[in-house]
Design a binder for this molecule. Structure first.
Ligand code: CS2
Length: 510
């Protein structure tokens, strides 16, 4: 790309043009990251192209200026590069009407939620962004930003922003609105509603009464399941997109061809015709969510940790290794699939074989360190129920235990064990605390006991299962002493040998 290449703008001649012309905003989106820009924005562009409507999106980045500044410099435009081996195609959604940084303009977040023109607030704030305490199973009242938001002033936490924004909306006339979570959490709509209500209930005296009445009558929190693999952007992609586009785009988003969105159709203030982009409106979102969070995300975590421990940088390289592919097939079939109810009309065999094709998309370069990041929060969504279901049936979930052992080996390696650079590149809010445990643990069993048993990192149920904790500990030791391939072979063969995986009911009771 030459330095004279013009910057992407609405008037710049380019090989792809924005799908939609500017329109008034009807959606406020919190979390202006790559995933939102390659998923919801594309569905919204299809909806506007087909059915019109004032559903432009105002995007709020939580802290970082970079995307916001680049979007302003590019007339709110950017391209989505749909990448498969052998082809890259570009789409420019063009649905954003404005973008700003929430931390810099917190009052504006509130004002936008109160604005009657906004009829949906959508969220991609990651599993970590909900200020939820797994220990109390409620809003995290020990969290510093939640405490500050409850005291008053401009809110900083997402739940504080929503609650304060809905209070302001109630005071401004209370026109109906929906809050739509697009994060990988089970029952994400109900979860968000519960936390917003808990925030309001914490407010002193009758301060929240109007807002709570408004919530009862005019605010809906539909659940949704989102799916599209979106790796981080690279300099190489920026160059490639510039060449293909004939214009400079500083913030392209790479994404796989597959995309899916299942949404509960409960929108208090109306909604775009997202079905035009292929979204499925269904009462079975909970089933879609379970299928996706366990089969895709749960197996993804296994591939990421084992891959990183094998020294590979990307998911396609990891799934290309026989042992890891075998482990992925085993966990998917034997441990995740029995724990889900398949949504009506979904062919589970086709869904599973598509997963392997998606993971093998070598052109995408999805990194093991990206998927392995934040395991302390992600794994809690992915593993406890399927693992507990197996244990209740008298079966040890060896591959889920291996997922946890892989996670611990990457994030909290025992003294003397080096998990390598891809594990070191994983960030995790629990890393420091877990590393502290690991530093004084002598065995994998001790480490697993502290993390799963004492800290209850994966919830109370698994925290009480000695047999599971012992199995994780054993696999941590195997990884450390005999290598990850031996641990994989051990877990897969134990899982296949039904006799050895059937353990006495007594042993399995907490
Ligand atoms: C991944 C997800 O990073 C991760 O943990 O499992 O981001 C995954 O790529 C998306 O959920 C796919 O929809």
């Amino acid at each position: 790309m030459s330095i004279e290449t013009p910057v992407l703008r609405r008037t710049t001649p380019a090989s792809a043009t924005p799908l939609v012309a500017p329109t008034a905003a009807g959606i406020l989106h919190l979390g202006l990251g790559s995933f939102h820009r390659a998923h919801q924005a594309v569905y919204t562009a299809a909806a506007l192209e087909t059915a019109g409507g004032d559903w432009g999106i105002v995007g709020v980045a939580s802290r970082s200026r970079s995307i916001v500044d680049a979007m302003h410099a590019q007339d709110m435009l950017y391209s989505v590069a749909t990448i498969s081996p052998g082809s890259t195609s570009l789409t420019i959604p063009g649905v954003h009407t404005d973008a700003f940084v929430g931390a810099e303009q917190p009052e504006r977040v509130i004002a936008q939620i109160a604005d009657p023109g906004i009829r949906i607030v959508t969220l991609t704030v990651t599993e970590n962004g909900y200020s939820y305490s797994p220990a109390t199973q409620h809003l995290d009242l020990d969290d510093e930003s939640v405490r500050a938001d409850l005291r008053g002033g401009a809110p900083r936490s997402t739940i504080g922003q929503l609650a304060r924004g809905l209070q302001a909306r109630a005071a401004a006339g209370g026109s109906p609105i929906s809050i739509l979570s697009c994060d990988n959490l089970s029952s994400n709509g109900a979860h968000t509603e519960k936390l917003v209500r808990e925030f309001l209930h914490e407010l002193p005296g009758s301060e929240a009464l109007d807002a709570l009445t408004f919530l009862d009558g005019s605010v809906s929190f539909p659940s949704s399941m989102v799916d599209r693999i979106v790796p981080a952007t690279t300099a190489e992609l920026r160059d490639r997109v510039g060449t293909l586009l004939g214009a400079r785009d500083d913030i392209p988003v790479p994404a796989e061809p597959f995309t899916m969105w299942a949404i509960e159709d409960r929108f208090a203030g109306g909604r775009p015709a997202w079905e035009a982009g292929g979204a499925v409106f269904t009462d079975e979102v909970a089933r879609y969510e379970q299928m996706k969070v366990r089969l895709l995300n749960g197996t993804h975590s296994l591939i990421a940790y084992l891959g990183a421990l094998r020294g590979v940088a990307t998911i396609p390289e990891a799934i290309g290794l026989d042992g890891i592919e075998n482990a992925a097939r085993t966990v998917l079939r034997d441990e995740y699939e029995p724990s889900i109810e398949v949504p009506s009309g979904v062919d589970i065999r086709a869904y599973e074989s598509e997963l392997f094709e998606r993971w093998a998309n070598s052109a995408l370069g999805h990194r093991t360190s990206q998927v392995g990041t934040d395991g302390s929060v992600k794994l809690r969504q992915r593993i406890p129920e399927p693992a507990l279901r197996a244990l209740r049936h008298g079966e040890m979930p060896h591959l889920i235990a291996l997922t946890v052992a892989g996670y611990l080996s990457c994030i909290a390696p025992l003294p003397g064990f080096d998990p390598g650079p891809h594990a070191a590149a994983m960030s995790d809010s629990a890393r420091e605390r877990l590393a502290g445990y690991a530093a004084s643990a002598r065995t994998g069993r001790e480490l697993a006991q502290r993390v799963i048993g004492d800290l209850h990192l994966f919830g109370d149920g698994l925290g009480a299962h000695d047999a599971f904790i012992a199995r994780v500990g054993e696999l941590v030791d195997t990884i450390r002493q005999r290598g990850v391939d031996t641990a994989i072979a051990d877990a897969v063969s134990a899982s296949h040998a039904t006799t050895s995986s059937l353990i006495s009911a007594e042993e399995l009771q907490p």
